[in-house]
Design a protein around this ligand. Structure first.
Ligand SMILES: [Fe+2]
Ligand SMILES: [Fe+2]
Length: 406
């Protein structure tokens, strides 16, 4: 097969990207397209507005929602340590085994998936001029032909750039005609005008309250921001889409609440983001990790992931801060004498934007001006649920309620 590969930040995905995909597929050069959201690319290490999992799942939902045929989204960069240079990504993606498994996972028949493939690296004609300065450009050209998009009326000197690449590096360069709107992700997020963002992506952005003030992480240190982005990539190995986005949403909301209640935004961001990191580990593993953090305090299956998460975040992600670890440990149950950070993570977990299990508007409203009241309201809802299910509250939850005069 002839396979186009299109990498980018997609922060957010917009109609210009969609036009690129559609035009390339129509060009006759390729049979299918693989879209690769960047995780840590050389130009924008941590410069993206959103951590990689949001961008990956946003474009996945968009490709599905728009029903783009023969277009597949790849998470290959999550499995690459360090900077995901194009040459490194291509080396991995184009290996026989990897590409076969990837295509078959996307419902391509084995016979086709095992064919000899030819690869095309899709790019804008405007980046052709700088291609020779990329990391190992001659390697890239060993794996793929450059397939550059040209707009009608483009004034960049694409022929000259292509001739130089052919002469200096001995690679192949082809062009295809790009039809459609011109737009840029940064212009969209700066202006707040999302009219050039496809509907499925708009829906995704609304559901998770992205590109809002909370996700700009104002008042958060650079180090914490980087740690948050790294945590997102790390947890991708352990959590499915829904839970990963939930736990990251809790990070954003916790950082926002920390700003309101005089608590460290850095700690809140990290504790919130990691709170559910152990939730999809095998239950025996959760049990073992939970014991390490809190002995026999928690034994109920549903709660185990909380203390287990504290151990997992410490041992596997390197978090040593006890306040953060305790906030992870008690996020499900609460406890007596809770710190502000613990209350924030407990609350944010129950009301982050994508939560829809009940009408959360009153609690969300309270959370903006009275932390204890919002925690009380949340705890009351939990208590009602337990009573209706005939379950007993954990003693530490009862202690939290006594503290809150419930
Ligand atoms: Fe949880
Ligand atoms: Fe959670």
């Amino acid at each position: 097969m002839k396979i186009g590969i299109y990498g980018g930040s997609f922060d957010p995905v917009h109609n210009g990207h969609i036009a690129m995909i559609r035009s390339a597929l129509k060009s006759g050069f390729i049979d299918c397209m693989i879209v690769i959201p960047s995780v840590r690319n050389n130009f924008k290490l941590y410069a993206n507005k959103l951590p990689a999992p949001y961008r990956l799942y946003m474009i996945k939902e968009t490709v599905e929602g728009l029903d783009l045929k023969n277009c597949y989204v790849s998470d290959i960069e999550f499995g690459i340590d360090g900077v995901s240079y194009t040459a490194v990504v291509l080396a991995k993606l184009t290996s026989d085994e990897y590409i076969r498994d990837f295509l078959m996972a996307n419902d391509v028949k084995r016979k086709k998936a095992e064919e000899h493939h030819e690869f095309f690296w899709i790019m804008g004609s405007d980046t052709l001029g700088t291609f020779e300065t990329w990391y190992k450009p001659e390697e890239i050209l060993k794996y793929a032909t450059l397939l550059a998009a040209v707009r009608p009326g483009d004034d960049t000197d694409v022929d000259k750039a292509a001739a130089s690449i052919r002469k200096n590096l001995g690679g192949k360069v082809e062009f295809f005609r790009l039809d459609g709107v011109e737009c840029s992700s940064s212009a969209i997020t700066t202006s707040g005008d999302f009219s050039q963002v496809p509907d499925p992506a708009v829906e995704f952005i609304k559901r998770h309250a992205l590109y809002t003030e909370n996700t700009m992480l104002e008042g958060v240190s650079d180090d914490a921001r980087k740690q948050f982005f790294d945590a997102a990539t790390w947890m991708y190995n352990y959590l499915g889409a829904k839970r990963l986005l939930h736990t990251l949403n809790v990070g954003y909301l916790s950082a926002h609440l920390a700003g309101l209640y005089g608590c460290s935004r850095d700690k809140a961001l990290i504790a919130g983001a990691l709170h559910d990191c152990a939730k999809e580990l095998p239950i025996e593993k959760q049990s073992e990790l939970a014991k390490k953090y809190s002995g026999d305090l928690f034994t109920e299956k549903k709660i185990l992931h909380s203390p287990a998460g504290a151990t997992f975040a410490r041992e596997e992600f390197g978090i040593e801060d006890k306040e953060i670890l305790d906030a992870i440990c008690y996020h499900t149950t609460g406890r007596g004498d809770m710190t502000v950070l613990e209350k924030i993570v407990y609350l944010a977990d129950k009301i982050e934007p994508s939560r829809t299990y009940m009408d959360l508007a009153p609690i969300r409203e309270a959370a903006e001006h009275d932390l204890d009241e919002a925690v009380r309201m949340t705890a009351a809802a939990v208590r009602d649920k337990f009573i209706s299910q005939g379950r007993e509250l954990h003693p530490v939850t009862a202690a939290m309620m006594r503290d809150l005069h419930m």
